[in-house]
Write a protein that binds this ligand. Structure first.
Ligand code: SF4
Length: 178
């Protein structure tokens, strides 16, 4: 049986959903019989490969760089799974939308700055979008798996179901905010 090629990435997230992935513990050994993780913070890959079967994405989209990356991921992946409430709805990452980009920059680089007050970064760091958005506002998403973080049991069950090409009722394993 050909192994499923899997990528994972965290964009505007806290990495908590990736920690939950690791919390699958010994089940990772079982899954490794059926899948190869070819791009991820867990592995040392610099370029996104062109032939991914399943890409698991944590985090919302909040910069021009996030948009560029997620479009590249969509182009190179058969299936995309939005992992966690930030990827599915924006969640905590989208709280910035209540105040707006200018107010957030002012708070971080003026009000709270000890040095270089008011010098907003314009080079090297990506430009913030006017609004933080969930994945499906930029690309088509195949699977939505909520949770904050998504429990390891839910990640395991949904990956197994995808590998075995069967349907799963994800609400049996996780829900928003769980
Ligand atoms: S859904 Fe929760 S745990 Fe996952 S990246 Fe967002 S804030 Fe972190």
């Amino acid at each position: 049986m050909k192994k499923v090629r899997v990528g994972t990435i965290w964009l505007d997230g806290c990495s908590g959903c990736h920690m939950s992935f690791l919390d699958m513990d010994e089940r990772l050994v079982e899954l490794s019989q059926y899948m190869d993780v070819v791009y991820s913070p867990y592995v040392d890959a610099k370029e996104i490969p062109s032939d991914i079967d399943l890409f698991i994405v944590e985090g919302a989209l909040s910069t021009d760089h996030d948009i560029k990356i997620i479009k590249e991921i969509r182009k190179n992946s058969k299936l995309i799974l939005a992992l966690g409430d930030c990827a599915v709805t924006g969640n905590i990452s989208a709280m910035k939308n209540l105040f707006g980009t200018e107010a957030v920059l002012e708070k971080g680089y003026f009000d709270l700055a000890d040095i270089n007050k008011g010098e907003y970064p314009s080079e090297v760091v990506p430009t913030l979008l006017d609004k933080v958005i969930p994945l499906n506002e930029a690309i088509d998403v195949d699977y939505f798996v909520p949770g904050c973080p998504t429990p390891a049991d839910a990640i395991y069950e949904v990956i197994k179901a995808i590998i075995e090409n069967r349907e799963i009722k994800i609400s049996d394993y996780t829900r928003f905010g769980k």
